[in-house]
Ligand binder design. Structure first.
Ligand code: 13P
Length: 255
């Protein structure tokens, strides 16, 4: 099997001011041994307002910067939006697209995700496309259908070479913030299927997200299909986040 570089990304959501994010970055830097960055991509996705401060705080370290959303357009009359060229000014390398909270709270559509994915790719950033099903869909046996449609539509018109550069985060909505993660076997099976949907995705990195924490990460990361995690709550705790990075290192070493 191709060896893919593990990725641990912290989605801070709407947490942290400029001031508190500075403190959190200092704690995270102290908790992660610098050698870890040789083996794992570690990405922080703060709120837009904290990007500049976090960019400065991580300069010269192994930490990388990500954003939580991006406009499909570069410039123009798009009040309240932030574009890829604006994110690039801070050295942002990753951007989350299609998070379920953006889909449900801001009316994000699969077509919107597709446009954003292509804008991010064109800018040179790495999109992290988040997909996942609701509890009702999960219990109704519709996971593959829902996730499959989300992936196929987002990658409409994207070449295999570009698809390979993307990251997919499988985040069952019922697992987000609930304390109840998916089983490693289930998550790996959904991800294995995602890889078959679009040419190039067999070589792309696929993450699991949804209540991932040190207590369950070892089993999730032991699945060869799972290349890392998109972490919400546990990414706000420097010690827990560092443990997750370490578990990703260990998992890759034993594959
Ligand atoms: P939690 O880790 O808090 O469940 O959040 C997951 C998530 O939504 C990451 O994008």
């Amino acid at each position: 099997m191709t060896r893919r570089r593990p990725l641990i990304a912290g989605n801070w959501k709407m947490h942290q001011t400029v001031a508190s994010s500075g403190t959190l970055v200092v704690e995270i830097l102290a908790a992660i041994p610098p050698q870890a960055y040789d083996e794992v991509d570690v990405v922080l996705c703060p709120p837009f307002t904290a990007l500049a401060g976090v960019a400065l705080a991580i300069e010269g370290t192994g930490l990388q910067l990500g954003a939580q959303n991006v406009s499909a357009f570069d410039w123009g009359p798009y009040t309240g939006q932030i574009s890829a060229p604006m994110l690039l000014e801070f050295g942002t390398r990753y951007v989350i697209i299609g998070h379920s909270e953006v889909r449900t709270q801001c009316g994000e559509t699969d077509a919107g995700c597709s446009a954003k994915l292509r804008a991010a790719l064109q800018s040179g950033m790495t999109p992290i496309l988040a997909v996942g099903e609701t509890l009702a869909e999960h219990e109704g046996g519709l996971t593959r259908q829902i996730v499959g449609a989300q992936v196929r539509q987002a990658f409409e018109g994207v070449s295999a070479v570009d698809a390979e550069r993307c990251v997919i985060a499988y985040e069952p909505i019922w697992a987000i913030g609930s304390g109840r993660s998916d089983t490693p076997e289930d998550a790996a099976a959904v991800i294995a299927e995602i890889r078959t949907l679009v040419p190039g995705l067999d070589r792309a990195r696929c993450l699991y997200g949804g209540s991932m924490k040190p207590a369950n990460a070892e089993a999730l990361l032991a699945q060869p299909e799972i290349d890392g995690g998109l972490i919400g709550g546990a990414s706000l705790d420097a010690a827990a986040f560092a443990l997750l990075v370490n578990l990703a290192r260990k998992a890759i070493a034993t594959r």
